[in-house]
Design a protein around this ligand. Structure first.
Ligand SMILES: CC(C)(COP(=O)(O)OP(=O)(O)OC[C@H]1O[C@@H](n2cnc3c(N)ncnc32)[C@H](O)[C@@H]1OP(=O)(O)O)[C@@H](O)C(=O)NCCC(=O)NCCS
Length: 467
């Protein structure tokens, strides 16, 4: 890729300026006044409209078409921040100081190495598995690297733990049996206070969050290589998270431009309100299962074509259409058959998705030099025009984040089976941040279903049943 990092910077700042003009100023805050539980709200099927919890992690303003992480416009973060910093922001709730950021980056660099998980993962027929299942398996196995969590649970002496903070939990250090390895133990019995328990749980949660943010990229890149008959690569401590992800996947150190594009794509996908995969993670966490199990549920939910799976389908669709001149006829047929167009529409956005406002111009910039990619882009642009013309203002159907992300990923050399996994590599930051937040005021999820079946049937032995 002949683009320089400066060119990408220019493309992104132009896209941000254009997006701001369209969106109109800074993101508008939610209209909700101070909440008082229990809340009255209108609930539709699939819990549409239901309010599950309060959150300060992020906000999607669907009518304005804006997205905020912890108070910061995602457009601004795209222009200036990095995925590492955004992950810190989401998980810790504030932007880090320089020192905190460097420390967090070092922690991610440490956590990116997950040799025990890799050894286990390579014992499975990963090349024959659905990539998301393989990644899910890997993140579950990462839990075993955090053996001290289990040992802590088993150790009676835990009652003597008096203090901890997030940084006192190292990885891959035999934690118990070695005094001071993780917790400081005092001689004699010390009352286990609610405060110390809370601090321990929070510290373990934050450490697991960073572990998962770092490790999911390593696992995903390894899955990509194993599927191609190659051995996984160790991370390069000199590269950023985005750079490492590309390097561990392709075996080639990315250019500064490629690294920055990946970084921006990761920032854009890091959090998005109470979507299905985030909700799945929270539901599992609410049972007091652990962070690893919760994130693996998020990955499972993201796999579906109505959620993260759409970006892969977009590329298949653009290839199937075959060129911009064929778009109208193709769309007419889809519409007549009542089919939805992948990469369009959103439960919350009834305007253009702000993430697509950044990824679209990046895709345009990247595809300019390859005839095949250019044709796909032209097909996409024509389809966008036709769909918005037909369904935009009337039904609020506009391109969503998945419409252009696949094109961007293709240009970065990411194979299409890794598009949805790449979404997971980023979203793990939002999932973990929201799980940590929810656990502060946990209440197990338990909605109701309205039973519409009968209650007056009588059991008939199998030989007496008619078909
Ligand atoms: C994302 C999505 C699941 C949101 O769905 P939703 O909020 O439940 O919206 P609905 O499915 O109820 O659709 C509402 C109306 O818009 C139409 N619509 C929604 N998405 C559409 C699409 N992608 N193409 C064409 N029409 C669409 C529906 O047909 C429906 O029309 P109707 O009122 O005449 O029945 C849906 O837009 C979709 O399936 N999009 C394609 C998959 C995709 O890109 N997913 C990634 C999301 S980030």
């Amino acid at each position: 890729m002949a683009n320089s990092a400066n060119e990408i910077k220019r493309v992104v700042s132009r896209a941000i300026t254009d997006a701001r003009k369209e969106i109109g100023g800074i993101p508008e805050p939610p209209s909700q006044a101070k909440l008082k539980w229990p809340i009255q709200c209108t609930v539709g099927p699939g819990l549409e409209g239901a309010i599950a919890c309060e959150s300060q992690v992020g906000f999607v303003n669907g009518s304005q078409g804006s997205l905020v992480y912890r108070g910061y416009d995602v457009l601004e973060l795209c222009g200036h921040s990095t995925f590492e910093e955004v992950s810190y922001l989401l998980i810790h709730g504030r932007l880090p100081t320089e020192k905190q950021l460097r420390k967090f980056e070092r922690k991610l660099a440490d956590f990116r190495r997950i040799p025990a998980t890799m050894r286990l993962l390579m014992g499975f027929p990963v090349e024959k598995m659905n990539a998301m299942s393989a990644i899910r398996l890997g993140t579950n196995m990462m839990r075993q690297e955090f053996t001290h969590l289990d040992e802590m649970e088993a150790k009676r002496d835990l009652e003597t733990a008096i203090s901890t903070d997030e940084d006192s939990i190292p990885m891959e250090v035999p934690p118990l049996g070695e005094e001071h390895a993780i917790y400081e133990f005092r001689k004699g019995k010390i009352a286990r206070t609610a405060k110390s328990e809370k601090a321990m749980a929070e510290a373990a949660g934050i450490a697991s969050a960073a572990h998962l943010v770092a490790g999911t990229a390593t696992i995903t890149a390894a899955v990509a290589r194993i599927r191609e008959g190659l051995l996984p690569l160790e991370p390069d401590p000199e590269l950023s998270h985005a750079g490492n992800y590309l390097y561990m996947m392709t075996g080639r150190r990315p250019t500064a431009a490629e690294e920055r594009i990946m970084d921006i794509a990761l920032i854009l996908h890091a959090d998005h309100g109470m979507n299905a995969s985030t909700f799945a993670s929270l539901v599992v966490a609410s049972t007091l299962s652990d962070m690893y199990m919760s994130i693996s549920s998020g990955i499972a939910a993201l796999n579906g074509p109505l959620h993260g799976g759409a970006n892969e389908r977009v590329i298949q669709m653009l290839e199937e259409i075959g060129g911009p001149e064929k778009v109208r006829a193709w769309y007419k047929k889809q519409k007549a058959e009542g089919k939805k167009i992948p990469g369009f529409g959103h439960r919350v956005y009834k305007r253009y998705d702000p993430r697509a406002r950044i990824l679209g111009p990046i895709a345009k910039h990247l595809t300019g030099r390859s005839a095949g990619a250019k044709r796909l882009l032209e097909t996409a642009q024509e389809l966008e025009k036709v769909v918005i013309g037909d369904l935009g203002p009337e039904k609020g159907i506009y391109p969503n984040v998945d419409f252009y992300s696949g094109l961007v990923y293709s240009c970065l050399g990411i194979p299409s089976f890794l598009f949805t996994p790449t979404f997971a590599v980023s979203r793990v930051a939002g999932w973990t941040a929201r799980v940590l937040e929810y656990m502060k005021n946990n209440r197990i999820f338990r909605p109701r279903a309205i039973y519409t079946g009968r209650t007056n049937k009588h059991y008939v032995p199998v030989e007496g049943r008619k078909s």
